[in-house]
Design a protein around this ligand. Structure first.
Ligand code: COA
Length: 114
């Protein structure tokens, strides 16, 4: 039996690679990457493959990722401009969002070797 067309996208946390991925019909369509700093999950990059752009997938991905952060009892730090923009449109995550500080960006750069 073939898979139904237009099945809902699936978001999964690939903890070992520090990122959430979004799958469309089983194919990876994009990701949002993070590093953990104590109880803070610092998001620094989101990308959707060109073939899947403009379908609202980044929004689905980030919404489910941030919901997972809440479920895990962690907090959000939006270094990624897309996540920062999403949070301005979705105030329901304001209570678990921390500001991006110079200390965090310095820590992140060291973690990423840049
Ligand atoms: C940004 C990106 C992830 C959006 O993916 P998408 O699935 O097409 O996005 P959606 O359809 O869910 O949302 C589109 C929204 O993203 C916003 N957006 C697009 N590029 C953005 C960027 N660089 N920074 C912040 N927000 C951005 C737009 O404002 C748009 O909002 P609107 O619907 O109010 O106009 C994708 O274009 C991409 O991978 N770009 C290259 C990498 C990148 O620039 N990443 C963001 C910074 S880390």
């Amino acid at each position: 039996m073939s898979r139904p067309a237009n099945a809902a996208p699936v978001v999964r946390n690939v903890d070992a690679r520090h990122r959430y991925e979004i799958l469309v019909d089983g194919e990876r369509a994009g990701l949002t990457a993070y590093r953990d700093r104590g109880d803070q999950r610092v998001f620094f990059h989101t990308e959707i493959d060109d073939a899947y752009a403009g379908q609202g997938l980044a929004s689905i991905l980030v919404e489910q990722a941030l919901t997972d952060v809440r479920a895990a009892g962690l907090r959000i730090v939006p270094v990624c401009p897309y996540v920062a923009g999403f949070l301005t449109r979705h105030q329901e995550f304001a209570d678990i969002t921390d500001p991006v500080t110079e200390e965090i960006t310095t820590w992140l750069d060291a973690r990423l070797g840049r």
